[in-house]
Design a protein around this ligand. Structure first.
Ligand code: TRP
Ligand code: SF4
Length: 405
């Protein structure tokens, strides 16, 4: 890992609004976001345009889910004081950057993104041979690059999109980061940092260029971030100069692969809306209990006196998420010896799920009862996001020669 102080790094992530959030989202994504919001500057947005790429013929679910999704984030504990929460389509700068990036993105890069063919195969009932669908990973690149985010928490299926983003950024910087007299400008910018910092910068640059020392690269970046005396343009030059390239206008982001807590669903498969095996964050506690009580167990345990095998039981998967070692030992022994029944075995899971959902549902209720508050949180997030996005667009357009003043 590089030693860039964490507050110099920015996290961005988005989620498509295509239905109610469930425990799979909570364990797979939101818990990650909750941790990140304390460590980094975070931008979290509702990717409504992304939802349109696959749901263009059925937009009702998008409109219905946008607001609910924000409520669920807040209920899960996303804190608008530390993370900016906004809606993609309310920051049209994403679209402008998407258009500009589309000019330099080879078609073949998009055609070879694995999700392109996969999704077309999987969603056969939909016509996904659209311009928007092909371009959707590039829209994602624009989402990321418009905030010059350094970290992008995503699941495995999205890593290729972050990789595309890196390639597009590299190409952009290569095409537009050159300027006449770059080296001279960089050298004079170094001097502006003062003797001590200039010396440190030069050392770090040498370490990186001669030995490929990534830690030195990270430290150099942090050093630049902390400089008050240099202009934004000089900073970008020096970012690029460390690596021996031109100006870095759009920094390459890293995918932050969530330690895949694949939340099991009620049937042993991964929890997912398409498998109808979910527990919604806002599900009624009585219904939650009912769902867990009736969920399948080891099919070989027909009678209470039949011993079972936890490894063949989806309830056991839930114990992995919710139970401590003592409880797990109790399950293993009790199940194999038929000392406990499945009803007994499910009780600790039921208790744990209800306990987990309780504060979430209480907060959800508060936010649902205060539409104005939620609206204000979104408005503030949108305003902050637009500010950041505008700054990037100014630099991007300047680099591309689209400033007519
Ligand atoms: N494509 C992502 C998904 O389907 C959502 C998304 C859109 C996203 N833009 C993003 C995620 C930018 C991370 C960064 O889940
Ligand atoms: Fe599954 Fe528990 Fe029943 Fe064993 S006792 S089959 S682990 S529910």
């Amino acid at each position: 890992m590089s030693s860039v102080p964490t507050h110099y790094q920015r996290v961005l992530s988005g989620m498509r609004p295509t239905g109610q959030l469930h425990l799979g989202h909570y364990h797979g994504v939101l818990k990650n976001w909750l941790r990140l919001q304390h460590e980094f500057e975070c931008f979290f947005f509702v990717a409504d345009w992304h939802a349109l790429t696959t749901h263009y013929d059925d937009t009702g679910i998008i409109a219905d889910s946008v607001y609910d999704m924000v409520v669920d984030w807040l209920a899960a504990g996303i804190n608008p004081g530390s993370a900016k929460i906004f809606i993609q389509s309310q920051v049209p700068q994403h679209a402008e950057l998407h258009l500009l990036l589309s000019m330099i993105t080879p078609l073949s890069w998009l055609e070879r993104v694995p999700s392109y063919k996969d999704q077309q195969e999987r969603l056969k009932e939909k016509d996904l041979a659209t311009y928007g669908f092909l371009g959707y990973p590039l829209l994602q690149s624009a989402d990321i690059l418009i905030y010059r985010a350094s970290q992008v928490p995503v699941g495995e299926d999205q890593v290729a999109h972050v990789e595309l983003t890196r390639e597009v950024a590299r190409r952009f910087n290569h095409l537009y980061g050159r300027e006449p007299g770059f080296e001279d400008k960089a050298e004079s910018a170094i001097k502006k940092m003062g003797k001590k910092n200039a010396k440190l910068y030069n050392e770090l640059r040498r370490k990186y260029q001669e030995k490929g020392d990534h830690e030195a690269l990270g430290t150099a970046r942090a050093l630049l971030e902390s400089q008050q005396n240099i202009t934004l343009g000089d900073r970008e030059r020096l970012f690029g100069y460390v690596e021996g390239a031109g100006k870095i206008i759009l920094p390459e982001p890293q995918a932050l692969l969530s330690k895949a807590s694949k939340m099991p669903g009620l049937d042993g498969q991964k929890m997912s809306k398409s498998y109808h095996n979910t527990i919604a964050l806002r599900a009624d506690p009585v219904a939650v209990e009912q769902k867990l009580r009736t969920m399948p167990t080891d099919p070989a345990r027909i009678r209470r006196t039949d011993p079972g095998d936890p490894s063949k039981c989806p309830v056991w998967d839930l114990h992995q998420v919710y139970s401590d070692d003592t409880t797990k030992d109790w399950v293993l022994q009790g199940c194999r010896s038929a000392a406990i029944g499945c009803v007994d075995c499910k009780q600790p899971v039921i208790d744990a799920v209800l306990q987990e959902l309780k504060p979430i549902q209480e907060r959800a209720k508060e936010y649902l009862g205060d539409t104005k508050l939620v609206q204000n949180i979104i408005n503030e997030g949108v305003a902050a996001a637009r500010d950041e996005a505008d700054d990037t667009l100014v630099e991007v357009k300047k680099a591309m020669g689209l400033r007519y003043r």
